[in-house]
Design a protein around this ligand. Structure first.
Ligand code: TYD
Ligand code: MG
Length: 464
């Protein structure tokens, strides 16, 4: 056994230092150094072990390379397939990150239960009994789903040899150890070393491996960031612990786009996919309330209707009024407040402003600008917007309403859910609503025109 020494390792770049300091001298990150141990030849051991596994490469003409080898295989879970762009790619490694208790183990047990052929669940955290109890509840008692309570990487690999599964789940990477690495479980060296080894195994056997990674309170994956570079796909599982809704996103995906959103509901029978997202987000909506608006947004490929709520409240002069934004960029909110003040002469200076998107969705696109402006004016004038209205448009600094993408898809979704009127940018293509039954378009070229169309002011005001 090599002699171990204590080092301080950067969780951002994995550089090690004999002494602790507040700033990593290698990459400049602050407060990123954690205690770790290392043996003198630790890196040589991993490197040698890794290289021995990889078959020698041969150069091939690019046109002769089989492009279908990386075709995804459906997981049987619709929402997971949506995020992965069709399914898991054989030979790939996927990291599933999320806070403890969010439902990672549940999702993966359901994934294993839906996969045909031999599959292996390595539980390095919970006992076999605990997993079996959960599998009972989820209806996942398949004869070719193998359960291995094990923390040691070499033992895990020999089980993969014996069972020859097409899919392996490692729950979690922070509790798996490779004794050769001579460092504590969950340390940077272990997490990175084990993940490297698993990637090599997946490629060599052309099987899919999904590894669970816990995230820290700040939202980053615990352990080294380098883990994200090692794997092919990084999924993030989010949601409020006390709400049933769960959101699945791809943070990194080597085989497809990263902008798809998967939606699940945590039930007594495990996670249920929610294909109709709009319906879900509008379930608890109360119509006729000032400050609320419905905006059609695009999540990846799919249009989703979400409710945006705002509240304004008069505060004593002299105190800076509070602005709070949830699911909306704070800077964008400030900008739109300034545009309202300068271009529509609606001042919210003496008002506290709260704006939030219902259901934990993040509205990152400027297409929601106009909706947010109308909701704010609706709140301050105590006038509800029409219940059957949807709003879309980007607002510029001159108070102009600018074009948004995928207008047709947004309108189709709004019509499907029974919305009858839509305020859209004046520049929207003429025949955009052709073939979409039951929805009337109202075109606005400026913020003031939009306010008038929404019934918030008697007549369009003049711009500055
Ligand atoms: P779990 O998958 O253990 O979370 P993680 O692996 O991310 O830590 O899920 C934990 C929570 O999910 C737990 O509080 C119980 C709840 N749950 C259900 O509501 N329904 C179910 O069918 C299952 C299996 C779990
Ligand atoms: Mg778990």
């Amino acid at each position: 056994m090599a002699k171990l020494r204590l080092v301080h390792r950067c969780t951002e770049c994995a550089a090690s230092f004999p002494k602790w300091s507040g700033k990593c001298l290698a990459c400049g990150a602050w407060n990123s150094l954690v205690e770790d141990v290392e043996g003198p030849e630790e890196s040589l051991v991993t490197l040698a072990a890794g290289l021995a596994l990889v078959p020698p490469g041969t150069a091939t003409p690019i046109a002769d390379v089989n492009s279908h080898e990386s075709d995804p295989v459906s997981t049987g879970l619709g929402e997971l397939d949506r995020v992965l762009g069709g399914g898991l790619v054989p030979g790939s490694v996927t990291l599933l990150g999320g806070e403890p208790g969010i439902g990672k183990s549940t999702l993966l047990l359901q994934l294993l239960a839906h996969t045909t052929g031999a599959t292996l669940y390595v539980t390095a955290e919970e006992s076999a009994q605990q997993v079996r109890l959960r599998a009972d509840r989820l209806g996942a008692l398949r004869s070719d789903l193998w359960l291995l309570p094990e923390m040691s990487l070499p033992n895990i690999i020999s089980s993969i040899d014996t069972i020859a599964p097409s899919l392996v789940v490692i729950d979690s990477i922070q509790t798996v150890v490779d004794p050769e690495l001579g460092s504590a479980p969950g340390s940077v060296v272990q997490v990175r070393g084990c993940a490297h080894r698993l990637v090599q195994e997946a490629k060599r056997r052309n099987i899919s491996i999904v590894i669970v990674g816990h995230v820290t309170k700040e939202g980053g994956l615990a352990g080294p960031r380098v883990l994200e570079h090692v794997v092919d796909t990084v999924l993030s599982f989010e949601g409020e612990r006390h709400h049933a809704l769960r959101l699945l996103r791809a943070v990194k995906h080597r085989f497809g786009p990263t902008n798809e959103l998967g939606l699940f509901e945590m039930t007594e029978q495990g996670l249920m996919g929610i294909p109709d997202a709009s319906q879900l987000f509008l379930t608890d909506r109360r119509t006729g309330v000032p400050g609320s608006v419905v905006v059609p947004t695009i999540e990846g490929q799919r249009p989703v209707l979400v409710e945006l709520q705002t509240l304004t409240n008069q505060v004593n002069s002299g105190v800076p009024a509070r602005r709070s934004a949830q699911g909306i960029d704070q800077g964008r909110l400030s900008m739109l407040l300034a545009v309202l003040e300068r271009r529509a002469r609606i001042s919210l200076v003496s008002q506290e402003v709260y704006a939030s998107v219902v259901g934990g969705v993040k509205l990152g696109e400027p297409a929601a600008d106009l909706g947010l402006c109308l909701a704010l004016v609706s709140a301050i004038s105590n006038t509800p917007l029409p219940a059957d209205l949807v709003v879309m448009g980007e607002v510029g600094l001159a108070g102009e309403v600018r074009q948004v993408g995928h207008l047709g898809r947004r309108l189709t979704e709004a019509a499907r859910l029974g919305f009858a009127q839509a305020i859209v940018p004046a520049s929207a293509p003429k025949d955009i609503a052709k073939g979409i039954a039951g929805i009337t378009l109202k075109r606005a070229s400026t913020l003031n025109e939009a306010l008038a169309l929404a019934g918030l002011v008697g007549h369009p005001r003049q711009d500055d």
